[in-house]
Design a protein around this ligand. Structure first.
Ligand SMILES: O=C(O)CCC(=O)C(=O)O
Ligand SMILES: [Fe+2]
Length: 271
């Protein structure tokens, strides 16, 4: 943390023991050049999640910031009016999605983003626009810790398994994909659990009941409280996270408007 932070000339502190760094003293509207992105990337790889408070960015500025990290993906369910590459996430949209395990508003239920996609986003950026007077936190679970603390025989059992992920919850034409149950981070080499209760339907080459039991065991383990950082939002917080390393859950425990802008940076094929 020290080196990248020193180069950035900012103050960083750990967000929690499970993951995350807070990065203060940087204004991305003014200072989003290649050096800054390189240093932020180092911090993100180390901590899996960055909190950048006080960022005043329009949707188009957020999009421009996102493009410095890579190509952006669009999302079928939540388009911003000014651009296809920013998602508007607001509870005025009453849509509830029936995921494989249960019904949730958008972002609810533990998931890594868009795992139904053949090249799911490696990084998501979420920018708080309007918040309820209480509630509306987002919880994150560190999937490296989850993998590393699995019982050894379970780690061996899942080592070469693949799982089927479906995007049909967002429409009949949205793609499905098969990904490894254990994902190796292409930049750090660290392994992580890569199955989730929203999009992962079954494990390949396994009887249905066995697949179901194994998935439930993995889901229960993956979100143990000690792997979790819960972010309490302030307006203009920009939180970036690495979907290769963490799952997240938008907690719908409020009854007032909550608006977010989101970008997702395209990754490669999970391996
Ligand atoms: O609204 C939130 O806190 C998170 C929603 C979500 O899952 C996402 O932006 O990927
Ligand atoms: Fe999400």
């Amino acid at each position: 943390m020290a080196e990248a932070a020193q180069e950035l000339g900012v103050v960083t502190s750990r967000a929690s023991v499970a993951m995350g760094a807070r990065v203060e003293g940087i204004d991305l509207a003014e200072d989003g050049g290649a050096d800054v992105i390189g240093d932020l990337r180092d911090l993100l790889l180390e901590h899996h999640l960055l909190v950048l408070p006080g960022q005043e960015l329009s949707a188009l500025e957020l999009e421009a910031f996102g493009r410095r990290w890579g190509d952006l993906l669009t999302h079928p369910a939540t388009k911003h009016r000014d651009t296809d590459y920013v998602q508007f996430i607001g509870d005025r949209v009453k849509t509830k999605f029936t995921f494989f395990r249960g019904v949730h508003p958008f972002g609810g239920g533990w998931h890594s983003d868009m795992t139904w996609h053949s090249t799911p986003p490696i990084i998501t950026g979420l920018h708080a626009q309007r918040l309820p007077s209480s509630g509306g936190d987002t919880a994150f679970a560190n999937q490296h810790l989850a993998y590393e603390s699995l019982r050894e025989d379970l780690r061996e059992r899942i080592a070469d398994l693949k799982a089927f992920h479906t995007g049909k919850v967002f429409g009949p034409d949205v793609e499905d994909s098969v990904h490894p149950v254990v994902r190796t981070h292409d930049e750090t080499g660290r392994k992580a659990l890569y199955v989730n209760g929203n999009f992962t339907k079954y494990i390949l080459d396994m009887p249905e009941d066995e697949s179901e039991l194994l998935l439930y065991a993995l889901f229960a383990h993956a979100t143990r409280p000690e792997f979790v950082y819960r972010h309490h939002w302030q307006v203009n917080d920009l939180v970036l996270w690495d979907n290769r390393s963490v799952m997240h859950y938008a907690i719908r425990d409020y009854d007032e408007p909550r608006f977010m802008h989101r970008i997702v940076v395209k990754g490669g094929t999970p391996a």
